[in-house]
Design a protein around this ligand. Structure first.
Ligand SMILES: Cc1ncc(COP(=O)(O)O)c(C=O)c1O
Length: 447
């Protein structure tokens, strides 16, 4: 075997049977696999060495770009120094350093950080903190949780209960009891082809008053929303909507949770969407961008009064009966500290903000292509709705994603027939042009 063949043999699997891929049509995938063997900055490389432009920052997570040297080095050095320390009753210095760095980035008095390993765990952690918070304050009847239609909050039972995606819920029984949902904020009729936050829709926050009137505030613990709903196709909040939600939550003393698993760490041109919108929630969930996707990590940032409410009772007893073996894992903390350094040193959040108008205009350039029903953009994200084929909803989107990889050397993400584009924040102006040129060809090709 030549050296090239040897290298190829070591990275190309010859049996695809055993791996059950998540959120993936397994049979179609195994018939025509899409594999990456390595990555650098804006590109993936297939096992054959073909460069593929990353239009999605992995899964909205590699915000600093791929395999950045400082992150790679930090992970290696940490693995050599301390592989693991027990997360319960013990800790390690980087966990405190990282919590402090995150608290400093978060707005207002959001200054205590609870760590976990994913967005789904972050959501379940936030919901549990909300329930327990009311309990320790003597309002244990506040047990209801309010989510939103078209919301995505991961795949734990808490997350799918407050989430609003029917396919993620319908197979899994009765879910959490006592959950209600706000209406989604999207209306094509009123919002089509908007760059940034649409003018129409702030009044939909008032639905929370209707829900409160139905259940009574004394039974409701918290409201959870994504400031910008990402997974169901980039739905920016209507102007004034989040402010109105905050006011209604204040009036009825409901905790407001922003699920910032996607919007955290620069996606909308600020450290958190809370900062962009000037609305301070009680809890923020984060994951993905915290380590720039390099090591799994998630967490919840809590306002000071929430943390303080728990600091009572005997001092030798844990104040919150919750946590994960890998909470604040040393490798994740090292990767996160290096990622935060990169975001700061390269001013990547400001870069996203600077690129936002150009990005939005470039996306709208696809407006008149066949089957395009709507395009939405905010920060460095774009959602493009394609008309479903009458006989096969989701097929046009799936074909676009597969063709993007095999024929255009581009990674796009699709949800049904909606294309989502969310590149690493290091994307250049030239690469923005490349992403939308390729996407335009794809849309024409799947007509
Ligand atoms: C808003 C939001 N919350 C939670 C999650 C779940 O994150 P994970 O897949 O890390 O569990 C996601 C993932 O996309 C998300 O977008």
């Amino acid at each position: 075997m030549s050296p090239a063949q040897t290298q190829r043999a070591s990275v190309v699997p010859n049996d695809l049977a055993a791996y059950w891929l998540p959120f993936t049509p397994n049979r179609a995938f195994k018939a025509a696999p899409r594999l990456f063997a390595r990555a650098k900055d804006m590109h993936y490389y297939t096992p054959e060495g073909r460069a593929v432009l990353d239009g999605t920052a992995g899964l909205w997570c590699t915000n600093a770009g791929h395999n950045r040297d400082p992150i790679v080095q930090a992970i290696g050095a940490q693995a050599a120094a301390l592989d693991y320390a027990p997360a319960f009753q013990f800790a390690h210095p980087k966990a405190f350093e990282l919590a402090g760095r995150i608290a400093a980035l978060a707005p207002g008095d959001l200054d205590h950080v609870f760590f976990c390993n994913s967005g789904s765990e972050a959501v379940d952690t936030a919901l549990k903190i909300a329930l327990a918070y009311h309990h320790v304050r003597g309002e244990g009847a506040r047990t209801r949780l309010i989510g939103r239609e078209r919301g995505y909050h991961g795949v734990g039972f808490g997350g799918i209960s407050v989430g609003g995606i029917v396919a993620n819920r319908r197979f899994f029984g009765t879910l959490l009891a006592g959950v209600d949902h706000l209406p989604a904020t999207y209306s094509r009729e009123h919002q089509a082809f908007t760059i940034g936050e649409p003018d129409w829709g702030a009044h939909l926050a008032d639905e929370l008053e209707r829900i409160v009137a139905l259940h009574d505030a004394s039974t409701i613990a918290a409201v959870i929303v994504e400031p910008m709903a990402g997974s169901t196709g980039v739905l920016p909040p209507p102007k004034g909507y989040l402010q109105r939600l905050r006011a209604i939550c204040d009036k009825h003393r409901l905790l407001l949770i922003f699920d910032e698993v996607i919007t955290g760490f620069g996606r909308l041109g600020a450290a958190f969407a809370a900062e962009r919108y000037g609305v301070i929630p009680d809890l923020i969930t984060f994951a993905k961008g915290i380590t720039s996707g390099s090591v799994p990590m998630g967490g919840v940032i809590a306002r000071a009064p929430i943390y303080e409410a728990f600091m009572r009772g005997p001092e030798h007893v844990a104040e919150l009966f919750h946590g994960y073996t890998y909470s604040a894992h040393p490798l994740a903390c090292a990767a996160a500290l290096a990622a935060l350094d990169l975001y700061r040193d390269e001013d990547l959040f400001a870069r996203a903000k600077r690129l936002e108008p150009l990005w939005g205009e470039a996306a709208m350039g696809l407006k008149d292509l066949p089957h395009v029903l709507d395009i939405r953009t905010v920060g460095l994200t774009a959602g493009i709705d394609l008309a479903p084929r009458p006989d096969a909803p989701g097929r046009r989107g799936y074909d676009a994603m597969a063709k993007a990889f095999h024929e255009e050397n581009l990674v796009i993400r699709v949800t049904g027939d909606t294309i989502a584009l969310t590149p690493p924040l290091i994307v250049s102006e030239g690469e923005i042009g490349e992403i939308f040129d390729k996407t335009a060809r794809l849309i024409k090709a799947v007509g």
